[in-house]
Write a protein that binds this ligand. Structure first.
Ligand code: GLP
Length: 259
C-alpha cells in the first residue's frame, strides 16, 4: 500500500487527477472506475482542467461508476448519473455511451447486478478504480460487515451514511435508503486502486483502512490485500496515522531514488 500525504485538499486532489491522467495517457483502452461524493470533486476539476489545456483526452476511455441509488431515474437531479454529467462528463470529450452506472428500472435487481458485472468483464476489467472513503470505512456503498468477497448487489444504507449524504438532498426530496453497489470483490479485481481521503472527519476511517486490522467492519481495510493500492490524503485526513512520519519519509525516498 502506497500512502501519499500532501499538505492541502487541493494538492491531494491534483495528485489524484494527475495519477488518473497518467493512467489514461499510458493506456490505449483505459477503463476507469469512478466514485461520487464530495471528496472527488476537486479531482474531477483537475481532470477537466487537463482536458481543457489539451493534455488529456477521454475519447478512448470507458468508465464504470461504483454505485447508484435505487428509485431515482437517471434524469433525477440527485441520481449519480446526473452528478457525473454535471461534475465531469459534460465537460470532457468522453463518449457518454461508454460511461456505465448501475441502473435498475424494473425491480429486477439480480439481473441488473449481473449485467453490470458482465459489462465490466466485457471491457476487460477495471484498470484503475478511484475510491472515496465513508467515515464508517465504507467503499462504494459497501457498508460495515459487507462480505469482503461480495459482487455487485443491493445494499441497505446505514443511518450514518444516510445522514452524511443528506446534505446533497433538498428537504422536499426523497433520499433513497437502498443502492446498487459494486461489491468489495468486484472493486478488488481492479488492477490499480486510488483511494482519496480528505479532511479531519475522515482521519479515523483512514487510520482503520491503513493501519487497522483487516476486517469487514471497516470495508476499506481490504485494500491491505491489494497489490497496487495508493492512498492519497491531505494532512488532516492523515492526522491519526501512527506511522505518519514513515509514510512521508518513504515518499521522499521514492522521489530521490525514483523507485
Ligand atoms: C458515499 C459514496 C462513496 C463515497 C463516500 C464518501 O456514500 N457512495 O463512493 O466515497 O460515501 O463520500 P464523501 O466523499 O462525500 O465524504
Amino acid at each position: 500500500m502506497r500512502v501519499v500525504i500532501l499538505p492541502t485538499e487541493l494538492e491531494a486532489s491534483n495528485f489524484a487527477g494527475q495519477f488518473i491522467a497518467d493512467y489514461i495517457n499510458d493506456n490505449n483502452n483505459p477503463v476507469i472506475g469512478l466514485a461520487t461524493g464530495g471528496s472527488v470533486l476537486l479531482t474531477y476539476d483537475a481532470l477537466i482542467s487537463s482536458h481543457k489545456e489539451g493534455k488529456l483526452s477521454f475519447s478512448k476511455t470507458v468508465t464504470f461508476n461504483l454505485d447508484e441509488y435505487i428509485g431515482l431515474e437517471p434524469n433525477h437531479n440527485q441520481s449519480y448519473r446526473q452528478y457525473m454529467k454535471k461534475k465531469l462528463f459534460d465537460h470532457i470529450d468522453i463518449d457518454q455511451n461508454k460511461t456505465f452506472i448501475p441502473e435498475c428500472f424494473d425491480n429486477n435487481f439480480d439481473l441488473a447486478c449481473s449485467h453490470y458485472e458482465n459489462e465490466i468483464k466485457k471491457h476487460g476489467g477495471i484498470g484503475l478504480q478511484l475510491l472515496g472513503i465513508g467515515s464508517n470505512g465504507h467503499i462504494g456503498f459497501n457498508e460495515p460487515t459487507s462480505s469482503l468477497q461480495s459482487r455487485t448487489r443491493v445494499k441497505t444504507l446505514t443511518k450514518n451514511t444516510l445522514s452524511k449524504n443528506a446534505r446533497f438532498f433538498e428537504s422536499h426530496e426523497n433520499q433513497p435508503s437502498l443502492a446498487i453497489t459494486m461489491g468489495i470483490g468486484t472493486i478488488m479485481e481492479a488492477k490499480n486502486i486510488l483511494l482519496l481521503g480528505l479532511g479531519k472527519h475522515k482521519s479515523k476511517a483512514v487510520a482503520d483502512v491503513i493501519e487497522g486490522p483487516l476486517s469487514a467492519y471497516c470495508p476499506g481495510s481490504v485494500l491491505q490485500n491489494h497489490q497496487n493500492a495508493t492512498i492519497v490524503l491531505d494532512q488532516h485526513a492523515a492526522s491519526d496515522l501512527k506511522l505518519y512520519d514513515y509514510y512521508i519519509q518513504t515518499e521522499k525516498m521514492k522521489s530521490k531514488y525514483n523507485c
